[in-house]
Design a protein around this ligand. Structure first.
Ligand SMILES: Cc1ncc(C[n+]2csc(CCOP(=O)(O)OP(=O)(O)O)c2C)c(N)n1
Ligand SMILES: [Mg+2]
Length: 637
């Protein structure tokens, strides 16, 4: 951190905690590679008791009567607190974690609505500043409306639920506590190894309380986002392992993208000939156009990447945390002697799979590793084999993009069209349903910005508010959210915010009257798609297997005041997309798709345990298959 020179006007200024926090946040900057930007360019919020007269009053004062030199802190009104955290996260991710929003919520449910968003941010390692409101610090009026009382501990409130899902948490029970807490909060937000949800819980009386703040608290501060360089000895150890490899692969995770290390990765690949596989967060780190970009690895990966993973003797994980989708639930790497070399800013991740650890920024690490490997390349036939496998996979998936003999298109046809229609710098967003798997297997990301898949928390409802955040971060990009009909029903509200903020996004809703994803999972695990379709309760069977619901998604979207088109084939989708591009307002395209896919072929596996005993034949059969599938599962030691 660096600060502007000492403010000549020493002394103190009397402000509420809310006013002080707004003034402080407006003076915080991030910097990396010489690029300096406001760390917190605005605040999302929904008011209620707790923040309406605290932070709310402070934001009003900032908007209409700011102090001399006070930075602007624009306010954005959301419709649902969980959504506003998603919006902030998508913004921060699109900005490669250099900027994010603050989110203020009222006490009780307004605040706990943010807990899911906090978990998502922390799982995905994306900075977001959460400002839930809390019960009275004085406790005079307890229990205040919406207070959960803990009869064994007077200092517990529902906001303690933020602790396990935040990278930093503090409750500001006295005004002066804000000073160290706010500084620590900024440190965590801008530390690539620590970042995630940062929560300052603000009791409603404290938000409105006045205090004489030292003026220095409000000086401009620049938080320098570190590019950790590898320790030379660790680098040597890594290079030694890699030099011994005959069939190495590199797995590119989200850390490569956040560190803006794509050029370094391409240079590393060119120099070493090591094929690159990608995770959901890392897709696009190496352009799909690169001959050694083999694509998605793991449970929803492609056969080429998975065959390479299975045979690899050395796996270089860069900026990845190896989720079970990446490792195919610990079945992806089958070479008995496989060894791992992990480059990560977080020692926790670098250490996974008994790896040779290199704690480093991805860009700095790849550059240093390329230098340490100078003169060495992977055997040429390994790279040729990788390219041949990729060519075979591309041949195999061609039918995914062509019409089938069924009435409605498979969603893969729509994805193929979108992949062609979207520009390299446009952004496709998705998080949950059957779509992430198909996209991971099929999408060709031509830039590090194009593919925005939230698959750490895979949270239904992320997509729509995320489109708002991504668009705010990159107004010149076309931003397309792909939203399942189940997901849409979970969180459609932020269309109102998209309209209010005049943000031109394109919402592609895939209507298949149910959960294609969980339906297929259920069937494959012997549970017969139970409870995974949207159907009326059947009065004869007593089950949810009656007729389709009358719920009209296009009409529902239209009621928000945006254009909606409904299509049922890929040609019509292409035309609708072209029209959407030319509009200057948000558009929704509702695509009727086939609930039963087909989905891309794939030879991988994901561990979802099946009932060990059952009266149902379907479950017993699935259990037998499950037990066989477990066989290759192993620890990497
Ligand atoms: C908030 C949340 N709740 C539940 C789930 C579990 N889940 C994953 S996908 C899915 C169904 C998604 O349905 P839809 O959006 O229609 O997509 P489809 O499966 O039809 O592609 C569910 C319930 C989740 N990922 N997130
Ligand atoms: Mg669906």
């Amino acid at each position: 951190m660096s600060v502007t020179p000492q403010d000549p006007s020493q002394g103190t200024v009397r402000l509420t905690v809310g006013q002080a926090l707004v003034r402080f946040l407006a003076a915080q900057y991030s910097e990396r590679d010489g690029i300096r930007e406001r760390l917190i360019p605005g605040v999302f919020g929904i008011f209620g008791h707790g923040n309406v007269a605290g932070l709310g009053q402070a934001l009003l004062q900032n908007a209409i009567d700011p102090a001399d030199g006070e930075g602007q802190m624009p306010f954005y009104q959301a419709r649902n607190e969980q959504n506003m955290v998603h919006t902030a996260v998508a913004y921060a991710r699109t900005k490669n974690r250099m900027q994010t929003f603050a989110c203020t919520a009222s006490i009780g449910p307004g605040s706990t609505n943010m807990v899911t968003g906090a978990a998502l941010a922390t799982v995905d390692r994306i900075p977001v500043l959460l400002l839930p409101s809390d019960i009275f610090a004085t406790r005079t009026v307890d229990p205040v409306l919406q207070q959960l009382e803990d009869e064994t501990a007077g200092d517990v409130s529902v906001n303690d639920a933020f602790r396990p899902v935040s990278r930093y948490f503090d409750r500001i029970s006295r005004p002066e506590q804000l000073i160290p807490a706010a500084l620590q909060a900024m440190r965590v937000l801008t530390d690539p190894a620590e970042t995630g949800a940062v929560t300052l819980s603000l009791p409603q009386d404290v938000q409105a309380e006045a205090f004489d703040w030292p003026r220095e608290f409000f000086r401009e501060r620049t938080w320098h986002v570190a590019r950790a360089v590898p320790e030379p000895a660790a680098l040597d150890r890594a290079a030694q392992v890699i030099r011994s490899a005959k069939k190495p692969v590199l797995i590119a995770g989200g850390g490569v993208i956040y560190a803006e290390a794509s050029e370094a990765l391409a240079a590393f690949t060119d120099a070493t000939g090591i094929p690159v596989l990608d995770t959901q967060a890392g897709k696009g780190a190496l352009s799909a156009g690169h001959p050694l970009c083999i694509g998605g690895v793991g449970a929803t990966g492609n056969n080429a990447a998975n065959e390479l993973a299975a045979g690899a003797d050395v796996v270089i994980g860069v900026g990845t945390r190896y989720t079970d989708f990446t490792t195919a639930s610990h079945t992806a790497f089958r070479n008995p002697g496989v060894r791992f070399v992990n480059l990560n800013v977080k020692a926790f991740d670098a250490a996974k799979h008994s790896a040779t650890m290199v704690v480093t920024d991805a860009r700095a690490g790849l550059e240093a590793l390329a230098a340490a490997l100078e003169g060495w390349t992977a055997p040429a036939e390994h790279g040729e084999h990788a390219q041949q496998l990729r060519a075979e996979w591309e041949e195999l998936v061609k039918p995914c993009f062509e019409p089938h003999d069924q009435e409605l298109p498979a969603q893969t046809e729509i994805f193929g069209a979108l992949n062609e229609l979207m520009g390299d710098e446009d952004i496709v967003i998705n998080a949950a349903g059957s779509m992430p798997g198909d996209l991971q297997a099929l999408w060709k990301a031509r830039s590090p910005i194009q593919y925005h898949l939230e698959y750490g928390y895979s949270c239904m409802g992320y997509e729509l508010p995320a489109s708002l955040g991504a668009k705010m971060a990159r107004p010149d990009s076309e931003v397309v959210a792909i939203i399942g009909d189940g997901t849409f029903q979970m969180a459609p509200q932020e269309i109102a915010t998209i309209v209010a903020e005049r943000m031109k996004v394109i919402l592609v809703i895939l209507q298949n009257h149910g959960w294609s994803s969980i339906g297929a999972l259920s069937e494959s695990r012997g549970s017969q798609r139970f409870g995974t379709k949207y159907r009326m309760r059947n009065q004869d069977s007593g089950l949810l297997d009656g007729e389709k619901l009358p719920f009209d998604i296009p009409a529902n979207i239209r009621s928000y005041g945006i254009e909606v088109e409904e299509v049922s084939d890929t040609a019509a989708f292409r035309e609708a997309y072209r029209r959407a591009e030319t509009r200057d307002q948000a558009t929704a395209i509702v695509v009727n798709t086939d609930l039963y896919g087909p989905n891309p072929p794939g030879n991988s596996w994901w561990d979802v345990p099946v009932a060990a005993v059952s009266t149902l034949e379907s479950t017993r059969q699935a259990r037998t298959e499950y037990e066989q599938s477990l066989e290759p599962q192993r620890h990497y030691l």
